[in-house]
Design a protein around this ligand. Structure first.
Ligand code: 4NP
Length: 141
């Protein structure tokens, strides 16, 4: 199964989700392919936000190699499930839709955007993503 997490910038929420789910899937040998990207181009080519790197490091996950990429229409074919991480991300995603059926693979799971806040927002974001990943594994494997 191939799963894609999509947020706006691909520097905060979705890189955390990609790294957390990939680690859990590897630990449990689930055979999951996990990736992430963003709907906007503002941070394309950049590394993850420093606060993202820090919260992951604090939890034993190294993501300093992450490079932000942007969503592409082909991703609707490439993945089995696309987790859209906020309502505004779902709106942004519409610009890539060329066929309404593509949206059948998309689920919207809202996570608060920690970009404008401090480290506590990243703590909260990390915890809610971790909880989501645990539930996802429990419900699908
Ligand atoms: P992300 O966070 O979508 O979780 O990566 C954001 C990063 C950048 C911006 C917004 C959200 N921005 O407006 O530049």
């Amino acid at each position: 199964m191939k799963i894609l997490f999509t947020c706006l910038g691909n520097i905060c929420r979705s890189p955390i989700a990609e790294a957390v789910l990939r680690k859990k899937a590897l630990d449990k040998n689930l055979g999951l392919t996990v990736a992430s990207n963003g709907t906007n181009r503002y941070h394309k080519g950049e590394g993850a936000d420093k606060r993202t790197i820090n919260i992951c490091k604090k939890n034993g996950i190294e993501i300093s190699h992450h490079i932000a990429t942007r969503f592409k229409t082909e991703d609707f074919d490439k993945y089995d499930m696309i987790v859209c991480m906020a309502d505004d991300v779902y709106e942004e995603l519409q610009q890539f839709v060329t066929n309404k059926d593509q949206l059948q693979k998309v689920i919207v799971v809202p996570f608060d955007d920690p970009w404008y806040g401090g480290d506590d927002g990243f703590e909260k974001c990390y915890r809610s993503i971790e909880m989501y990943c645990d539930n996802f594994i429990q419900n699908n494997f």
